[in-house]
Design a protein around this ligand. Structure first.
Ligand SMILES: [Fe+2]
Length: 344
């Protein structure tokens, strides 16, 4: 604001405005007080303008709040990274950074009290050359858990699908099966534990969709995950990317065992010990039923394209399904997925 304009405004407040105010004070003696408060930034503040005053407030807010927060985050990062490299002991409830990297993972862990609800399991066989392990995980306060799938390829090398925090037991069990050659983040949301898994297996290739690689620039990806299998998996796995959905998931099919391996295709919770999660599932009508929560169906932006992909997926004669959230499907799996995705 120019100096001449300021002078005009100040003289108006000190001249005609004051006169009017003294007249109105006969009507309401509180009015001059109110107006005095309104004019305070101009009349009392030594700065050039009210907008400058706002600028100072913003600057102080930035220096006083944002800078300390950023500094604390930066200071904690090395600690988190160091902790992330340590394996979790079985049943361990909490360790700073052990579930990921940076304060993002730290805050996720704070909201991740559910270890008593969904305890970390050992690595369990699911089909020939396929094993799974469940780990506690919360998403926006919901205790939904998350599941790792280990696939042993024909070469004897291992593929880790959807990384989880590795307990000492799970890590030992994986190492006993063979060398880990590939770590796969199958969609845009199953990447939380990729950094620590990649750190645990530095010689393994990290795969993820292109959109995830743009999202997680801190991760060093070795290959883009598409529906074209990597040469190492070509003989073992078939892939299909579900288009029209912001999850961007590529689903895996293991023909030798007729196993479908997915993360966020359907959920299958029969019960939840966590009140909020239980009622979230109940309100969505999917407690005790294989389906996808109505709130999450918004992720499907182009339903026609997505439906075509689901139909292609249903053309696979799978008999069992690995999913990330809920119980594994072993009986009538094909029919359950078909019915669970009938809403699309
Ligand atoms: Fe998920």
């Amino acid at each position: 604001m120019a100096d001449t304009t300021q002078r005009k405004i100040r003289s108006w407040f000190d001249g005609p405005a004051s006169k009017r105010l003294s007249q109105t004070s006969v009507i309401d003696p509180q009015l001059p007080v109110i107006v005095m408060r309104l004019r305070w930034p101009l009349a009392r503040h030594n700065g050039p303008s009210f907008f400058s005053f706002l600028g100072w407030v913003s600057a102080f807010a930035y220096i006083g709040i944002s800078v300390p927060l950023r500094s604390a985050r930066t200071a904690l990062l090395p600690l988190n990274h160091a902790a992330a490299k340590l394996p979790l002991a079985h049943g361990e409830r909490f360790r700073l950074g052990a579930y990921g990297e940076g304060l993002r993972a730290y805050s996720a862990t704070i909201g991740n009290q559910p270890l008593s609800d969904l305890a970390m399991t050992a690595l369990q066989p699911f089909a020939q050359n396929i094993w799974t392990a469940l780990a506690p995980h919360s998403f926006v306060g919901l205790h939904i858990g998350t599941r790792l799938t280990v696939i042993r390829l024909s070469s004897g090398k291992l593929l880790l699908h959807s990384p989880i925090p590795l307990s000492i037991e799970v890590r030992s069990a994986i190492d006993a099966l063979g060398p880990v050659a590939h770590i796969v983040c199958p969609n845009l949301f199953h990447h939380m534990y990729a950094a620590e898994t990649a750190a645990a297996y530095p010689r393994a290739m990290l795969h993820g969709p292109a959109a995830l690689q743009r999202k997680r620039k801190d991760l060093r990806f070795d290959a883009v995950l598409t529906d074209q299998p990597h040469p190492d998996w070509r003989g073992d796995l078939e892939l299909l990317t579900i288009e029209g959905c912001i999850l961007g998931e590529t689903v895996f099919y293991h023909p030798a065992t007729r196993t479908l391996i997915a993360c966020d295709l359907v959920e299958n919770f029969h019960q939840s010990p966590h009140w909020l999660t239980r009622n979230y599932l109940r309100l969505g009508g999917i407690l005790g039923r294989v389906s996808w929560h109505p709130l999450l169906r918004m992720a499907y932006r182009d339903r026609k394209r997505a439906r075509a992909c689901i139909d292609a997926l249903l053309a696979w004669p799978f008999e069992r399904v690995v999913l990330a959230h809920g119980d594994l499907l072993t009986d009538d799996a094909h029919a359950l997925v078909r019915e669970g995705m009938a809403w699309l």
